[in-house]
Ligand binder design. Structure first.
Ligand code: NAD
Length: 295
């Protein structure tokens, strides 16, 4: 078993990005600039956005954190997005999800200029992804693809089971793994809450991507010896021994599954860190595209 180390892998991609920013600056160009919009005071969202801002600084990107209160109206949020769309100094826009119930996430996603859609959730980005065109890939599946590339994992012709079909993880992950890409070309089964015999399906898989949000759901009896297991799950589980009062748990029962695998991601220290790497890559991409620069 080899650990797919998100910390080391993300650090390698971040070092590349930092060098690219230095190179741009040496040519008198400004660095890429991400605007992150946070509505309300959801604890997990606060942590994610703070980490995104910190990581931007680490690679030399500029970032602006726009904080809006939980009672911000949909119209006010849409107006903020329009201002970011029209601001030439901003290359990428992300609105941290989930949003308060009174705001339509779909309207918000569609309000972002597709040229600045660094989360890759806009229907234009999704449509291009499905058609195999160059576009912004949602950060978590993108980060997983970067990890497969970093460890040079052979995916061609393999059977992958993706558990979960959400627009931010499972669905785009299944598209990427089945696409004609050096780390794609898998035969993909997409499993969801109505799937029967999931354990049997997983047992046939060479690659399992667990993205359902149920801690410890994937157990050893579901895994074929030698499989690659990617754990996307992040769930806060109460833990009185931790200073925060909670522990972060993945969707895979790591201790029982890991010995069976060829490669596995830990939680924490796996996919979460690669998600940030994916977002940073998308922000650079938006910048280069908007400025018409080819590196
Ligand atoms: P979601 O709730 O939107 O989707 C969950 C999916 O799992 C659904 O498609 C549902 O059909 C499927 N599902 C639920 N129960 C199932 C079951 N018993 N069998 C098979 N499928 C089942 O969740 P999401 O936004 O896709 O996130 C999934 C998990 O990944 C969560 O724990 C989330 O916190 C985590 N996540 C992590 C990162 C990261 O950076 N590591 C990023 C995004 C999401």
């Amino acid at each position: 078993m080899q650990l797919l180390d998100g910390k080391l892998t993300a650090a390698a991609y971040k070092a590349q990005l930092a060098a690219q920013v230095k190179n741009l600056q040496s040519q008198g160009l400004r660095p890429p600039h991400l605007a992150a919009i946070l509505v309300g005071d959801n604890g997990a969202s606060e942590t994610y956005v703070a980490s995104k801002v910190k990581n931007c600084a680490e690679v030399g990107f500029e970032s602006t954190l726009i904080r809006l209160t939980a009672n911000t109206t949909e119209a006010e949020l849409l107006d903020t997005i329009t201002q970011c769309n029209n601001n030439d100094a901003i290359d990428g826009i992300l609105v941290q999800l989930p949003l308060p119930k009174h705001i339509s996430e779909q309207k918000v996603i569609e309000a972002i200029d597709p040229a600045k859609d660094v989360d890759g959730f806009h229907p234009v980005s999704v449509g291009k992804l499905v058609q195999g065109l160059d576009t912004f890939v949602p950060a978590t599946p993108y980060g997983i693809m970067l990890m497969l590339e970093h460890y040079n994992i052979n995916t061609k012709g393999k059977h992958a089971v993706v558990i979960g079909r959400s627009n931010i993880v499972g669905r785009p992950m299944s598209v990427l793994l089945s696409s004609n890409h050096p780390y794609g070309n898998c035969t993909v089964t997409v499993a969801h809450s109505h799937t029967h015999n999931l354990a049997d399906l997983c047992k046939q898989a060479d690659i399992v991507v667990a993205a359902l949000g149920k801690p410890g759901f994937v157990t050893a009896d579901m895994i074929k010896p030698g499989a690659v297991v990617i754990d996307v799950g992040i769930t806060r589980v109460a833990d009185a021994t931790k200073k925060t009062g909670f522990a972060i748990k993945g969707d895979v029962d790591f201790d029982s599954v890991a010995p069976l695998t060829s490669y596995i991601t830990p939680v924490p220290g796996g996919v979460g860190l690669m998600t940030i790497a994916g977002l940073l890559q998308n922000t650079l991409k938006a910048y280069l595209f908007r400025k018409g620069i080819t590196l």
